[in-house]
Design a protein around this ligand. Sequence first.
Ligand code: ATP
Length: 513
Amino acid sequence: MQQGPCSGRLPGRRVAVRRRGAAAPADPAVALAVRNNSLSGALPPLADATSPRLRHLLVARNQLTGGLNVSRGALLTLRAERNGFSGGLGALRVPTVRSFNVSGNKLAGEISGELARFPSSAFGGNLALCGRPLPRCVRAYSALGDTASGNSNVTVAAQSPNSAEPNGSFSKLSMTALMATGIGNAVLITVSLTISVAMFVYMKRKLRSAKAPSLFFDEEVSDGNKRRTTTTTNRDGDGTKCPAAKSSGGLVCFEGGEALRLESLLKASAEVLGKGASGSTYKAVLEDGAVAVAVKRLSALRFPAGSGRGKAFDRHMRVVGRVRHRNVLGLRAYCNSNGERLLVYDFLPGGSLQAALQAHGGDVRSLDWAARKSVLLGAAEGLNYIHTFPARPALVHGNVKPSNILLDERGAACVSECGVMRYATNVQHSILPQAAFLDLSASASSSGGGWHGYAAPELASTTRAMQESDVYGFGMVLLEVVTTVVARPGDGCEEEEEDDETMGGQDRDAVHC
Ligand SMILES: Nc1ncnc2c1ncn2[C@@H]1O[C@H](COP(=O)(O)OP(=O)(O)OP(=O)(O)O)[C@@H](O)[C@H]1O
């Protein structure tokens, strides 16, 4: 036995021994105590046959490596902590040992049954050790694919981080297995999340499209006068949709339109009244047959994408919906959803001023001077009401022309479609050819979708109509009304009234060729 600190290797079956203080056992053959040295190398296997009298093995705090191979039936003390022992504890057979400590080594694997009686401090610092009294072992798939040995599972320890090994190293296999497990779990979670989100979105869309009635107007030409019959039908799938709102069946209703429901409109029989620059207008007779409404579908108008502008359209329509005057056609309801914009008005049986001016074979007397004067005065009052309506920004009609001045059953003028084009981006530049200015011909104004000579010249260079441009348009209407000749049925150029006709004239027909 050596008496001082030792360093060197442990050869074969011979060990360097240092006895510390008086505590050393009296019988040197009974105890091997070499603690707190710098001994390195492997500890030779110690079995009953090789060291029959050994009772106490104290090799702690050295640099011993290799497996801990001690099989001693009568061993009472085994202190091997703070070394570099590695491998499993399977070769450790010490059933009678009372003082036991192998902490701070590089031992790995599951702690066997007889050793489980010692506290966790006896095993601490061996990151790859697991099982009672340490946290239980986790069976993980080996990323290395240990198929050759037929063992694709490896046992890894699930210890807390504070049981870190003193030198910070970690079993390569365990680390790989842990990483494989982590990556596998992450992939699984990601895939499940993606599937859940996709399912959620799909179900939400499905529910929405199931709830949403689609508005279609199936058009078919019925005769040569461009009168087309239409039906409104519900369809699934994509197309024009106007989902039902909670309160009014998808419609935002104003005074006089509270009873309207989108569902009723969808079921109504309908006919096309005409097609203009902003879209088509339909006459819809509601189910009971008593109420007829005009539905304007703003299909040709483009509005800037984004909810912000959509809200601006809604805000504007809510202001327009408050306008109530005997010479302004009141908006009863509107729908703005999924790119579909519908405006609902009362249906006026008198048709439009444009139709009256172009009438052939109609009631000529309906457009005598008194009627013309009354229509113009009414339209002027309606326009003035729109312009002075308390709103910020001030209301602008934006599309003053004879087809937007309607006549009620008594022939009174009603200005329709107030402010409809206010927020459209494609109105002026796309459909306002410079050459069309001052062209008041019927073909220009009724061609359907084309522009007309009622548009103020400045609209060619600005995108927004102003009240001044409304005044210009009204002036052109006025000019047309006082100069247009309405022919009697069968009239020819030979018949000409010789009286001067003025706006103040009474019951005189202006018949010229
Ligand atoms: N509320 C209504 N009652 C009765 N007829 C209407 C009503 N609204 C529109 N009309 C008729 O429908 C026709 C077509 O109207 P529409 O507004 O679609 O076209 P437009 O006025 O020529 O063009 P724009 O789209 O530029 O306004 C009009 O000429 C008019 O006779």
